[in-house]
Ligand binder design. Structure first.
Ligand code: CA
Length: 236
């Protein structure tokens, strides 16, 4: 994880005031924060985001936070912190048995919460990085490209729509981040139908990608032109 990428926390809590407090506390501590109001919302977020830690209220209106924790753990090594009421000791123990990593109790102490979340993001980082790599997830300049889900996430965690050709060129560049690739190499690495090649010349696709991902497409910093060779993606 590069220094410019903030650890991403998904806060799942149905009470708007508590959710806002949790989110504000984490934002103030330098985390990138997404919010979900219930289990359904959490699943929708997870379909387009890859948080490092999920802060999960066990008392949700639609689904048990404990069951959500179990399902999350079955699918990934994402960090899971349960948010429980002080009297819910049994639930806390069950939650830890089901795979949650830690818990905080309400009313929460903001400093304690931040320390617990930070410790957990550090602890899960190596496992998550390996898991993402195995799943075909690549990161560059704060962007995340998930080749299995064919998903591109911005540094702010928003998904960006790419055409198949754009996705394939970006994936080829990301797999070879830091290396200059020629247009021929990029064409070879990009599955395409013979008829579509004219439409999808590499320069056109790179131009479209730059408009989607570069802060200033006229002065690209992510996909740079290597004169006399082709293109290189900056791993930064
Ligand atoms: Ca609740």
């Amino acid at each position: 994880m590069s220094a410019t990428v903030k650890p991403h926390v998904l806060v799942v809590e149905d009470e708007p005031v508590t959710r806002a407090k949790l989110a504000a506390c984490l934002v103030a501590e330098g985390f990138q924060v997404s919010e979900a109001a219930d289990g359904k919302d959490m699943k929708a977020c997870l379909a387009r985001q890859r948080p490092d830690v999920v802060l999960l209220d066990i008392g949700l209106p639609d689904e048990s936070g404990l069951m959500l924790a179990r399902d999350l753990r079955a699918r990934s090594s994402v960090g899971i912190i349960l948010v429980t009421a002080r009297q819910d000791e049994t639930d806390r123990i069950v939650g830890l048995e089901l795979g949650a990593d830690d818990y905080v109790t309400k009313p929460f102490n903001p400093r304690e919460l931040a320390v617990r979340v930070r410790n957990l993001t550090r602890r899960v980082a190596p496992t998550l990085a390996a898991e993402r790599q195995a799943m075909g997830v690549m990161t560059f300049s704060g962007w995340t490209l998930d080749s299995d889900a064919r998903l591109l996430l911005s540094p702010a965690g928003e998904s960006v729509r790419l055409t198949r050709g754009e996705f394939d060129v970006l994936a080829a560049l990301a797999r070879n981040a830091g290396r200059a690739l020629t247009r021929d190499q990029l064409l070879d690495m990009t599955p395409h139908d013979a008829e579509a090649v004219i439409d999808r010349t590499i320069d056109v696709l790179v131009g479209r990608l730059r408009r989607k991902i570069e802060a200033d497409p006229k002065r690209p910093a992510v996909i740079v032109t290597v004169h006399g060779v082709g293109y290189r993606l900056n791993p930064g």
